[in-house]
Design a binder for this molecule. Structure first.
Ligand code: CDP
Length: 226
């Protein structure tokens, strides 16, 4: 429960593409014993569901996307809420290049944003959460107990994302191409990806992940009484 009233606690972690939000949020949730909710995974799952229709993304409208979203449900896996598609986990599918390319189009649809926000807020009504995304500390939880905005140099973000996917050290050419894709997606996401005025910015370019986790856990312990 939050210290300020009797609602559950919310730790909101936002930041640009591949800034390490989700892995950090999952770790922080584990440390605090909270539930991790990755709002980006929901946008990705809805996008993957729309891709399954076979209709090209250029032709999608909110009605088609919301219809496809009916295949998406959230299930608890360990301490994380994970989206599933037609009842099955679709982790590889929601991280595919096709989803990367199409997700900003879906994320710009206001009806889809309302749909996602309703689900994320619904989870937070029933348990303490660490939520991550682009607008968790602004549009979705303006009263979050802790707000963090993670930033990192685009080259470093691209390198981390590739290491995660390829499980080997990427070449400079690969990092350069991934940096272009990330910067392009940041530009498409710029409207909803704004740092809250009361967020603590953490630049992770030169940080080990455990350091950023420790800082966020300390912020949460200071702000939230057990
Ligand atoms: O790959 P990355 O970690 O950057 O992204 P993500 O958190 O998995 O989110 C994927 C996409 O969903 C973003 O590029 C945004 O278009 C959208 N998104 C959003 O608009 N608002 C959120 N709260 C979370 C994600």
């Amino acid at each position: 429960m939050s210290s300020s009233d009797d609602r559950y606690a919310v730790v909101a972690i936002d930041g640009p593409a591949a800034s390490g939000k989700s892995s950090t949020a999952e770790w922080v949730a584990g440390e605090l014993g909270y539930c991790h909710v990755d709002s980006g995974a929901l946008y990705r799952a809805v996008t993957a569901a729309a891709l399954r229709t076979g209709i090209p993304p250029e032709e999608w409208g909110p009605r088609l996307v919301l219809d496809a979203a009916r295949a998406v449900s959230m299930t608890l896996s360990g301490t994380s809420m994970i989206p599933s598609l037609d009842g099955a986990s679709a982790e590889a599918e929601i991280r595919s290049p096709a989803v990367n390319a199409a997700v900003p189009r879906v994320a710009r649809m206001q009806q889809v944003r309302l749909w996602v926000n309703e689900r994320v807020r619904g989870i937070a009504l029933e348990r303490n959460v660490v939520v991550d995304g682009r607008d968790m500390g602004t549009a979705v939880f303006p009263d979050a107990d802790v707000k963090v905005y993670l930033v990192a140099d685009p080259w470093e973000r691209a390198k981390r994302r590739l290491v995660q996917h390829l499980r080997r050290l990427p070449t400079n050419e690969e990092i350069a191409a991934e940096t272009d894709r990330l910067v392009h997606r940041d530009a498409l996401d710029a409207t909803q990806s704004v740092q809250a005025r009361d967020a603590v910015q953490i630049d992770t370019t030169h940080l080990m992940q455990e350091e950023q986790v420790a800082r966020i856990v300390a912020l949460a312990r200071a702000a939230i009484r057990p």
